[in-house]
Write a protein that binds this ligand. Structure first.
Ligand code: ATP
Ligand code: MG
Length: 395
């Protein structure tokens, strides 16, 4: 196989101490996603190479674009480490491109090679100049950059870089419990957490019959989209009807959302611990709704000591929507099925709740039993990436 993609790690290279662990994790993730295709993956401390069959190129490029921890990748050409062969392939490669100015940049990891990096760049550069009319070298702002990496047996040549997702390989940071509603925000929060290496489980609170089965399917479909960035996600569905109805009966309408969210946090923490998650992740964004003012967040957050990652906390809605569109969750999120937060919304929820008041209201019903009941009746579904990513192999 002479078709090769060279993968650059980006942020990984910054973490010197743990580099091996990072690379192994990324390798495992890439290997998983390319399962079923005929490929050969080679890793070293700075780069990874994927050898593949020409017919799979488009598929592989699409898959790699969705894998966190890849900074960029390039389609490259492999020749024996021999100056004449390098020159010929370099000319062949740049002849396919349109440009007026260019630059050759060489990295030589094989220090026994006869020429040093500068000499190689210069010799290849003049060979190109001699053979193509009306072009110039521009070392500062070249229109075309030809990279040459000389290794022991083989030399790799490449031009255009394809940008990857960046971030860290999923799983490197342990697990988080994502509070996933059917809205626009939480899947985006989940994606950003995955991109930082957090493996996810999801918790979804549903209030059947006040919420529909379509709302649940919406959440499942959102997770299917998210598995493009990871291998599998467990969805935990919490039957929340009795808790919500009890809150509705006992609590001042103004405080209903505050108390409901305190209960959600309590349940999420317990479920997170049970599933070895180190953090909670959610889609809260400062100021978006009454429950997301700073004072609301403080009163709600008071029930748990678990760290809460809020990737969207300081983002504007318009930028969140932008990401939702890019990760293909937006069209699902805007489907009009009510979720449990929208069913029992009071007209005037408090924006500046008082902790003492919230605690007093919680004393009016036995929420501990209700929490236990929620957890005892959780339904867990494993959602994998198999169908969508490897469909092309099964057909
Ligand atoms: P989203 O668009 O993600 O629904 P939102 O702006 O509508 O968010 P809220 O409804 O106040 O805001 O919810 C804030 C966060 O709480 C959500 O982003 C999500 O992480 C979590 N959340 C809300 N409802 C649920 C639910 N039914 N199940 C699980 N988590 C939920
Ligand atoms: Mg919502």
């Amino acid at each position: 196989m002479n078709n090769i993609i060279l993968i650059k790690y980006g942020e990984l290279t910054l973490k010197k101490g743990n580099i091996k662990y990072f690379i192994d994790c990324l390798y495992k993730n890439i290997n998983h996603k390319l399962k079923g295709l005929t490929v050969n993956i080679i890793k070293d401390n700075r780069r990874m190479f994927v050898e593949y069959q020409a017919k799979d190129q488009t598929t592989i490029i699409d898959i790699l674009k969705h894998i966190a921890g890849i900074y960029s990748f390039v389609i490259c050409y492999k020749v024996a480490s021999d100056l004449e062969k390098i020159k010929t392939e370099a000319l062949n490669l740049v002849s396919k491109e349109k440009f007026n100015t260019f630059k050759v940049e060489t990295k030589r990891s094989d220090k026994t090679f006869k020429y040093n990096s500068n000499e190689i760049s210069r010799m290849v550069g003049s060979y190109i100049l001699k053979n193509i009319a009306n072009i110039k070298v521009d070392v500062h702002h070249p229109e075309l950059l030809l990279n040459i990496e000389v290794r022991k047996d083989y030399t790799y040549l490449y031009t255009n870089e394809i940008k990857g997702l960046g971030g860290y390989p999923v799983g490197i940071q342990g697990k988080g419990m994502l509070m996933l509603s059917g809205g626009i925000d939480s899947p985006v929060a989940g994606f950003l957490a995955l991109k930082k290496g957090i493996k996810l489980e999801c918790i979804y609170f549903e209030s059947i019959p006040h919420t529909s089965i379509e709302a649940r399917n919406k959440v499942i479909n959102l997770i299917k989209k998210m598995t493009k960035f990871t291998n599998e996600i467990n969805l935990h569905i919490i039957p929340f009807t009795k808790m919500q109805e009890t809150i509705y009966q006992h609590v001042d309408p103004k405080y209903m959302i505050t108390i409901m969210r305190r209960m959600m946090y309590r349940i999420t923490e317990l479920l997170a611990k049970k599933n070895n998650c180190l953090v909670i992740v959610n889609g809260e964004s400062i100021g978006q709704v009454a429950s997301q003012t700073l004072s609301s967040m403080a009163v709600i957050n008071e029930v748990t000591n678990m760290p809460i990652i809020r990737p969207l906390s300081c983002m504007d809605k318009i930028d969140i929507i932008d990401i939702a569109k890019k990760i293909a969750t937006y069209d699902i999120s805007i489907l009009p099925f009510q979720d449990c937060c929208t069913v029992f919304v009071p007209k005037h929820p408090v924006t500046n709740p008082k902790l003492e008041k919230a605690i007093l209201m919680e004393k009016t019903f036995n929420y501990e039993d209700l929490i236990k009941e929620c957890l005892d009746n959780v339904i867990t579904i494993k959602i994998t990436d198999i169908e969508q990513d490897n469909l092309h192999n099964l057909l």
